[in-house]
Design a binder for this molecule. Structure first.
Ligand SMILES: C[S@@+](CC[C@H](N)C(=O)[O-])C[C@H]1O[C@@H](n2cnc3c(N)ncnc32)[C@H](O)[C@@H]1O
Length: 256
């Protein structure tokens, strides 16, 4: 929830915004955004049980008119081109090997000028990752890049990185709090009885610099330069104010 709050402050949502939550799980972030901003949120996740649970919770929260969850693959997004103002992706990319495919699909589904905001881990300089972690029991389904490779993938897909914040310390403190309190039933239900061990390993990986946790906000630029050097995209008079979203709040830390 803490990263969710920080995450959404990077973007400016209104009732008219269309948001896609990729790898939405049981839809917590989707409901949070819809409740807070009144926007419509589509969520997609590979795991049927999570979507079924998420639909029940969404119904009970009275948000079914604004939150639509469906089963599907982030690598084959079933939405028309240029549908969304914001694509949100929280702790999902570490299980996806084909990150170029993921980013290409997100880029396609975003409107020009739309934002892609993602929290993800990269490999750090501190040595091999200690398993199991919350997203993987072993290296076979763990797909983390080095930071420079991660950034390059955004650029290759056509994104402009607006902000790339290292949130490792925040997550370390979050784990500290979680591990020193009695285990929550929800955590056990979702992650299993070994959740504390996996969380402890994840915290240690961050402390020892084996992994780094990032919050990245990137833009699908309104204008693209094609192979012949000409600009394509919205008409020449379009500006930020033509879009239903605003600029990210606060001064970006790293413009590229
Ligand atoms: C750690 S959970 C995060 C859930 C949610 N974003 C949140 O923060 O509460 C990762 C989610 O990514 C989903 N996922 C992994 N690979 C996926 C893919 N290729 N397409 C769609 N969802 C995927 C998993 O099913 C899981 O629900």
């Amino acid at each position: 929830m803490r990263t969710e709050r920080r995450h959404h402050r990077r973007i400016a949502l209104t009732e008219d915004s269309r948001v896609l939550d990729v790898g939405c799980g049981i839809g917590g972030p989707a409901r949070y955004l819809a409740r807070t901003y009144g926007c419509r949120v589509d969520g997609i996740d590979l795991t049927p049980e999570l979507i079924e649970t998420g639909r029940v919770l969404t119904e009970r929260c009275g948000l079914a008119d604004r939150v639509v969850l469906q089963i599907g693959n982030a690598l084959d997004l079933p939405y028309p081109d240029q549908t969304f103002d914001v694509v949100w992706c929280q702790n999902v990319a570490m299980n996806i090997a084909d990150k170029d495919g993921l980013f290409a699909g997100v880029y396609r589904a975003l409107k020009p000028g739309g934002l892609f905001t993602s929290t993800e881990y990269s490999v750090g300089p501190g040595g091999d990752i200690i398993f199991p972690v919350p997203w993987a029991y072993d290296a076979s389904i763990n797909f983390l890049d080095r930071e420079d490779v991660m950034r390059e993938r955004y650029h290759t897909a056509g994104f402009r990185i607006l902000e790339c914040m290292n949130y490792s310390n925040t997550v370390i403190k979050h784990y500290e709090k979680m591990l020193s309190s009695p285990p929550k039933l929800t955590s056990r239900l979702i992650f299993g009885d070994d959740a504390p061990e996996r969380q402890r390993n994840s915290q240690r990986n961050l402390i020892e610099g084996r992994t780094i946790y990032w919050m990245i906000t990137a833009e699908r630029p309104k204008l693209q330069v094609n192979a012949s050097g000409c600009c394509e995209g919205l008409d020449d008079n379009a500006s930020y104010s033509d879009l239903s979203i605003g600029k990210p709040r606060g001064m970006p830390q790293a413009w590229r």
